[in-house]
Design a protein around this ligand. Structure first.
Ligand SMILES: Nc1ncnc2c1ncn2[C@@H]1O[C@H](COP(=O)(O)OP(=O)(O)OP(=O)(O)O)[C@@H](O)[C@H]1O
Ligand SMILES: [Mg+2]
Length: 321
């Protein structure tokens, strides 16, 4: 059974359709990267999965199956038991993921006591062990968040997410506000942690380079829609959607130190305007007449998928030829 299965999820903020009919599957131990421009609905998708949407965000259609159980109709009281213990969230670096008025130790202890209480001695050991995992000296446990650097705070947030050994972690731009060296360090650290703890993750970032480095598969969002999913290596070599191709061109070499963002001409779609057609067609060099009037369906091919009239034709030719 898939660990997480999102089926036809639609999330709205009033008349803004931030996530539109998105489906995805996550296997145990798998890391799915989610990329897309600012406003494409990545965070909304991540927070909808844990039902932590900010007002007036609402799931207006679809299901979120966690271990086969739909979280959408689930009562807040039940959800609270699952959050952190089963599904943990690491928010954008620089955001107040940590409580500014509590010591680091206190934040670990609160989480432990709320979900799986243990003795004071055990807890001290556990906090030290968790900090060590992200290469932070245990003496920082008695510091307040503002006494730590941005990179350290983010590593504490990761350790905090891991403390109850969750099955799924949602990372929302965990390294975005950090400098490149710290970013890489954290990504390397996360790769090690994943090996050790075997958690699944939704790794949300607008930085395709980082996502390609850490994710097994990558989901590309555009205008609230999932436009392509592929294994990371395949996506890099053989993008199917013109938007993915354009994104890759923004990163001439995702592994180079100096990532030059060339940008894609044009602006993203207005999510309050649901006129038909492919959301990307105004910016797509390959757009056909059909793309202006008919919204392409997401065609799932097992682990991969694409929503593009042109790509669909190529997939068909590939299958028949
Ligand atoms: N609380 C809110 N109220 C109203 N609209 C919102 C709210 N949060 C997000 N939106 C809208 O929903 C859409 C998707 O936003 P979201 O934050 O999910 O995008 P994102 O891909 O995470 O962007 P970014 O890369 O900037 O973080 C945007 O049009 C945004 O303006
Ligand atoms: Mg976001």
């Amino acid at each position: 059974m898939a660990l997480l299965e999102v089926e036809h999820l639609t999330v709205t903020y009033g008349n803004v359709h931030a996530v539109r009919d998105v489906s995805l599957k996550l296997e145990p131990g798998e890391i799915l990267g989610v990329v897309g421009e600012s406003g494409s609905g990545k965070s909304t998708l991540g927070y909808a999965v844990t039902k932590l949407l900010r007002s007036p965000g609402q799931i207006s259609a679809g299901r979120v199956l966690f271990e086969g159980q739909d979280l959408v109709p689930m009562a807040e009281r039940e959800l609270r038991k699952k959050r952190w213990k089963d599904i943990a969230v690491v928010m954008q670096s620089g955001m107040n993921a940590l409580n500014p008025v509590a010591t680091i130790r206190r934040q670990f202890e609160d989480a432990i006591m709320a979900h799986s209480p243990m003795s004071q001695t055990k807890m001290r050991e556990r906090v030290a062990e968790m900090l060590q995992l992200v290469n932070i000296d245990a003496r920082y446990a008695d510091n307040y968040p503002h006494e730590l650097s941005g990179g350290m705070k983010q590593r504490v947030a990761i350790a905090l997410a891991l403390v109850l050994d969750p099955k799924l972690i949602i990372f929302d731009e965990p390294t975005t506000a950090l400098d490149v060296v710290v970013q890489r360090y954290i990504v390397q650290n996360l790769k090690m942690l994943r090996k050790r703890y075997n958690f699944s993750a939704l790794f949300i970032s607008h930085d395709l380079g980082t996502v390609l480095e850490i994710a097994d598969r990558v989901a590309v969002m555009y205008g609230g829609k999932m436009v392509e999913v592929q294994a990371a290596g395949e996506l890099l070599k053989n993008p199917r959607h013109p938007y993915t191709e354009a994104l890759l061109k923004c990163f001439p070499d995702p592994r180079s130190e100096q990532i030059e963002v060339l940008g894609i001409p044009g602006t993203p779609p207005d999510l309050a305007d649901l006129s038909p057609g492919c959301p990307f067609h105004p910016r797509c060099a390959m757009a056909m007449d059909r793309c202006r009037v008919e919204t392409p369906e997401y065609i799932s091919m097992g682990e991969a998928g694409v929503a593009c009239h042109l790509a669909a034709r190529e997939v068909e030719v590939g299958q028949n030829g």
